[in-house]
Design a protein around this ligand. Structure first.
Ligand code: ZN
Length: 373
């Protein structure tokens, strides 16, 4: 009997070892690929606030981010440019698509009046304020420096809000992940560097719209502001900003690997999610309520966190003879995206967002497309 137990233990040991071997060799096969995109370049200097060159600052920050990430195990870093060359906007995301990248991060500096300052992080979406639209417009106008832009952008007009509506749909699938990454980076800027918080926002950036992966655009600050321009032009400023961008990317990556390996112990904590929710720009749909549907069951579960992988404030509703379990309740679409992301972290892989109006469940896609955001 002792012998049998002993061989059983050996067998289990062999299984576990080979399992972890398979797992680790799997990880080695596919590194986490980040495409870093330094805005502008070549005959497009970007903005020239206070005589500083956006194209140079963006490149220096990007190269430093890459340097940090390249030292991490499992990371592979690609660049849309590593030198001072001109690259068309529509050729940037395809670099990431071809590499089957996991993230696309574009780095820029903003320009406005000399009293505007602060860092902001954008994801692709419909702008909610004129100010956000203006940022995207400034970055999109680069296409006029491309000799064949009419061919490549098929009637797209960076000055027209209508032109932006069609292009937001392709990134919709990655919106929750993009928002999470943007929040992690943005919180690093404000918490660790005390940069003025211009928050996580959505706007129609051409450079993001053709990427098939979570994508963000970082506006590190305003060159037109004397103090901030000097900071961003300094080696210290570039190093600090690069550090925080890289840290955001690393945290993001860690949160992903744990959703498959150990969903009970997510790297993203409840606090971090709550902080991200506070940072993210509101995207309110007046009169609608979004919820994350976790599960449907004939079983009536007690609404205790231990029944829901630690999620708090889960609600139960009986619909069509089934109990539906919902997490979150808000009219803010960006907020519910983050809550869905968190539920997934906790192990609800197939959870999804549902929307109600006056208690009636509606089709999410129709609500998102029909409403004036
Ligand atoms: Zn730019």
């Amino acid at each position: 009997m002792k012998n049998k137990i002993f061989s059983f233990i050996i067998l289990i040991g062999v299984i576990l070892t080979s399992y972890s071997f398979i797992n680790s060799s799997k990880n080695e096969e596919k590194p986490f690929i980040v495409v870093l995109d330094a805005g502008h370049g070549g005959h497009d200097p970007g903005n020239l606030g206070n005589g500083y060159k956006e194209k140079e600052i963006a490149l220096k920050i990007v190269l430093k981010v890459g340097e940090i990430l390249e030292k991490q195990p499992d990371f592979k870093v690609l660049y849309t440019r590593k030198t001072d060359v001109f690259i068309k906007l529509h050729e940037r995301a395809p670099v990431a698509n071809k590499a089957d990248a996991d993230l696309f991060v574009s780095v820029h500096c903003d320009a406005f009046t000399n009293n505007a300052y602060g860092a902001g992080t954008f994801v692709l979406g419909l702008h909610r304020s004129q100010a956000n639209f203006e940022v995207a417009k400034r970055e999109n106008e680069v296409i006029f420096l491309e000799d064949d832009y009419e061919e490549n952008y098929a009637g797209f007009d960076p000055n027209s809000p209508e032109s932006l509506i069609g292009m937001t749909l392709m990134q919709e699938e990655y919106l929750d992940q993009s928002i999470l990454l943007a929040s992690l980076i943005q919180n690093n800027f404000t918490n660790n560097l005390k940069r003025k918080d211009r928050s996580v926002k959505q706007a129609g950036f051409m450079v993001l719209y053709k990427s098939y992966m979570p994508s963000v655009l970082v506006e590190t600050g305003f060159l037109t502001n004397k103090k901030e321009g000097a900071y961003l032009n300094s080696a210290k400023g570039q190093k600090e900003m690069a550090n925080e961008i890289a840290k955001g990317i690393i945290t993001y990556k860690n949160s992903l690997s744990l959703t498959t390996d150990d969903s009970q112990n997510p790297v993203i904590t409840q606090d971090e999610i709550e902080e991200a929710i506070e940072t993210v720009e509101e995207n309110i749909f007046e009169g609608y309520t979004f919820k994350v549907q976790l599960a449907a069951s004939s079983k009536k579960l007690e609404l205790k966190p231990y029944n829901f992988k630690g999620l708090q404030e889960v609600a139960r509703k009986k619909e069509d003879k089934l109990y539906k379990y919902y997490y979150g309740e808000t009219s803010d679409y960006n907020k519910i995206q983050l809550m869905k992301k968190y539920a997934k972290e906790k192990g609800y892989d197939s959870c999804y967002i549902v929307v109600f109006k006056e208690g009636k469940k509606l089709k999410l896609s129709e609500v998102l497309n029909s409403e004036d955001k």
